[in-house]
Design a protein around this ligand. Structure first.
Ligand SMILES: Nc1ncnc2c1ncn2[C@@H]1O[C@H](COP(=O)(O)OP(=O)(O)OP(=O)(O)O)[C@@H](O)[C@H]1O
Length: 251
């Protein structure tokens, strides 16, 4: 184990080992992540914070198999992602990882029910309407299964996106600024929902955010600066997170 790495004793949902990501080459070379090693424990909620350009999105993309590290390894459960072909990686992303984005990314022509079940359809898996209804109900949308996204508020649309992320019973859910487009109150409800899927559903959630209040919903905050993992804060409060961010020169 490397000295500055953050590893846990129980089997993690996701493990990054010495992950380095370099974009471009020559004069345009940017090292977005430098030897990042961390375990994301199963059944926990982790927030990723850091100044603009510190590597948060790159971290999320590498950890979620959306992008490949230049060196180092990423494991999802027992699966070493770097050993997979592009096709195998696509299947892992589709079947074992949930994604929630700032912009919801719902299909406007489909009902809530069909948006939520889409990952199962794409995987050619059987659609159990009872399970879809259960997942929709768990995010508070049980009454709205037949509505289309345009007939829902922003917060409700993000709930659909969370239900869609959960429908495959993924190993981990990755969220990129999930409250970035929402007002404070609605954003809080979405954060409470993410907290609930960890506490009651045993899910593993990893969220990039700029907001110390959002980060305070997590069990642990990882701080990135200049592509390096520079700190960890357990049981965060918004004040402690803001204080660390100030020390990182984030604002
Ligand atoms: N596709 C790319 N090609 C070249 N450089 C990139 C690419 N993506 C990111 N970078 C660079 O890598 C570094 C880290 O970017 P990243 O988007 O991961 O940071 P971030 O912390 O998510 O930033 P922000 O908070 O502004 O979204 C930055 O210097 C960025 O300019």
């Amino acid at each position: 184990m490397r000295r500055n790495d953050v590893h846990t004793m129980t089997a993690p949902a996701v493990r990054l080992d010495a992950v380095t990501k370099v974009y471009g080459s020559g004069e345009n070379k940017v090292t977005a992540l430098r030897e990042v090693g961390v375990d994301l424990a199963t059944g926990t909620f982790t927030a990723i914070m850091g100044p603009s350009g510190s590597g948060k999105s790159t971290f999320l993309h590498c950890a979620a198999g959306l992008d490949r590290p230049t060196s180092g390894s990423v494991r999802l459960g027992d699966t070493e992602l770097s050993k997979l072909s592009d096709n195998e990686l696509t299947v892992v992303r589709r079947d074992r990882i949930g994604f929630v984005f700032q912009a919801y990314n719902l299909l406007s022509s489909l009902s809530v029910e069909d948006n939520v079940s889409l990952p199962l359809r794409l995987a050619g898996r059987r659609i159990d309407r009872g399970w879809i209804a259960q997942v929709a109900a768990s995010v508070g949308l049980g009454e709205h299964l037949q509505r289309r996204p345009a007939q829902l508020s922003g917060g409700q649309q993000q709930r659909v996106a969370i239900a869609r992320a959960l429908v495959t019973r993924p190993d981990a859910v990755f969220a990129d600024e999930p409250t970035g487009a929402l007002d404070t109150r609605t954003g809080r409800q979405v954060l409470e929902l993410l907290r609930q899927i960890v506490d009651e559903g045993g899910q593993t959630v990893i969220m990039v955010t700029h907001d110390p209040v959002a980060a305070s919903f997590a069990d642990r905050v990882l701080f990135l600066a200049d592509g390096q993992l520079t700190g960890v804060l357990d049981a965060p409060t918004a004040e402690l997170v803001a204080d660390r961010m100030t020390k990182l020169g984030a604002w």
